[in-house]
Design a protein around this ligand. Structure first.
Ligand SMILES: Nc1nc2c(c(=O)[nH]1)N[C@H]1C(S)=C(S)[C@@H](COP(=O)(O)OP(=O)(O)OC[C@H]3O[C@@H](n4cnc5c(N)ncnc54)[C@H](O)[C@@H]3O)O[C@H]1N2
Ligand code: MOO
Length: 469
């Protein structure tokens, strides 16, 4: 059975996966724990910001029609406390940034556009006082010269100019990042309602695969790279993760891991290894018997034997008095990633990550594509499109160095070197998968190619290992 799967293109595989995703329910959690989660209920501001007309500057609140002149300082308004002086023509109020502008005053003149006029008492002591003494000397008895006329509203944030009461500050479907946490705090939303996190179980398969702590390695053994890597990738994507260990190459062992995934309540099971054509490749046969395989081969390099299946599970036991028919049928998605570490890596980003994002409520779960220029000529593969690991670098054209055309910058895709699917170092520092078309011949240096972003562009590649030169 396992060799009968027709090879489908990557976009089709991605669509099949997304078509089998559901959106998990919602839960309400403390806002400070919500980074990376997706809102399922919009957040509305219960009050305006600023809640009062607030000064943008340290200076004096004035009546703008008074204009330039010397005025009595009749009070002060500081952030957090304020006098309530009677507004009167010819008076000003000392004010600090963020403080409420007292009623009747309609502009603020920054302190740089004013001049202290020493009071008589202060003048008597002149010569013995420092400028900070002046500040301490009781602002209410002071006079100040306004040097620049103010226009009405100058340097005042009006009520609601940052956030208006009733405004939707965050929409359902938005991913919560750092700024969003600040916005939630601003509007007093200490809790938010977000989509639940998918629960991901990760297991490796293979008689040769041993724990990373194994040393020295026994004959034929290799350390398990995939499990740690995929657990980290799923956790980084925002999933809850469960380590299901390593299954030996027997149906019993693999089934045992599947059973543990089911009892742990896993939504997405990710296996690696055992999906190709060998007589010990037992993952596909097991999935064929226990669930539905939606595809078992994909036209991609690396990752050809990538397998995707769903398993229908018995519904969760209904609570006392519960109606069993109202319990939704549970199902578990299974990604059978190929054993070669780079194949696992690429398949996770191209198919599993969009699925996890969809489960978490992302409205556009696909990874972003950008157009980049190729830093070195690459040989294409006539049999499969290749997802070539590259580090994107913002730089000038690397091969016009010193020439007149060597101007301006572009995003350049620098290959991570030998792309064999066993060499995990080809994924090191990679922030994109370059989409190298299936074709004969070469893709020339400087060609525009699309690249799928798998990491942010902040982490710059190691300059020794990956250089444009
Ligand atoms: N006759 C054919 N043979 C193979 C085909 C094919 O089409 N016909 N496809 C090849 C491709 S492409 C790939 S990719 C591999 C995938 O094979 P499996 O998914 O069955 O993986 P294994 O055979 O179990 O392992 C492959 C390779 O990866 C190493 N490995 C496995 N698990 C781990 C792990 N957790 N950490 C690190 N390394 C791991 C394993 O030792 C093998 O070297 O099949 C080709 N064969
Ligand atoms: O497709 Mo395999 O993943 O080439 O090595």
């Amino acid at each position: 059975m396992s060799n009968v799967y027709s090879m489908i293109p990557v976009p089709q595989a991605q669509q099949i996966v997304l078509d089998h995703c559901w959106t998990l329910g919602s839960e309400t959690i403390p806002s400070h724990e919500a980074v990376g989660r997706v809102l399922s209920v919009s957040v509305v501001a219960p009050d305006s910001l600023p809640p009062f007309p607030a000064s943008i500057k340290d200076g004096y609140a004035v009546i703008s029609s008074d204009g330039i002149g010397t005025y009595n300082v009749v009070g002060e308004s500081r952030a957090g406390s304020m006098d309530s002086p009677n507004p009167a023509q010819g008076t000003v109020v000392y004010i600090t940034t963020g403080a409420p502008v007292p009623l009747g005053f309609d502009a603020v003149v920054q302190v740089e556009d004013t001049e202290e006029v020493p009071s008589e008492k202060v003048e008597e002591e002149e010569g013995t006082m420092t400028s900070s003494d002046y500040k301490q000397a009781g602002r209410k008895n002071r006079r100040v010269r306004i040097l620049k006329a103010a226009s009405p509203g100058q340097d005042i944030r009006v009520v609601g100019s940052d956030i208006l009461v009733g405004e939707t500050v965050l929409r359902s479907g938005e991913v919560i990042g750092v700024a969003e946490i600040g916005i939630l705090a601003t509007v007093g939303a200490t809790h938010v309602t977000v989509y639940k996190q998918p629960h991901v179980g990760v297991m490796s398969t293979g008689d040769e695969v041993v724990e990373p702590s194994t040393s020295p390695l026994g004959p034929g053994q290799i350390r398990d790279a995939n499990r740690s890597m995929i657990l980290a990738a799923a956790a980084k994507a925002g999933a809850k993760v469960t380590d299901l260990g390593i299954a030996r190459d027997t149906e019993g062992h693999i089934q045992g891991c599947f059973d543990r995934a089911v009892s742990a309540g896993v939504d997405v099971l990710i296996t690696s290894g055992g999906v190709s054509m060998g007589d010990r490749d037992l993952v596909k046969p097991l999935l064929e018997r226990t669930g539905t395989i939606h595809f078992g081969r994909v036209l991609m390099k690396p990752g050809k034997p990538l397998t995707f299946a769903t398993l229908s599970l018995p519904s969760a036991a209904p609570g006392e008095g519960g109606d069993p028919s109202s319990e939704p049928q549970r199902s578990m998605m299974v990604f059978g990633l190929p054993g070669n570490p780079v194949s696992s890596f690429a398949c996770f980003y191209l198919t599993t990550l969009p699925a996890l994002r969809k489960l978490m409520g992302w409205s556009n779960p696909m990874l972003r594509r950008v157009q980049v220029k190729l830093a070195q000529t690459l040989k294409m593969d006539p049999e499969r499109p290749e997802y070539h690991r590259v580090a994107l670098q913002w730089s000038k054209c690397p091969f016009l160095e010193g020439r007149a055309e060597h101007v301006g910058c572009d995003w350049w895709a620098v290959s991570t070197g030998n792309q064999i699917s066993s060499r995990l170092l080809s994924a090191r520092s990679a922030n994109a998968l370059l989409e190298v078309p299936q074709a004969s011949g070469f893709l020339r240096q400087g060609t525009l190619v699309s690249a799928i972003l798998i990491d942010d562009l902040q982490a710059m590649p190691d300059p020794d290992g990956l250089s444009l030169q």
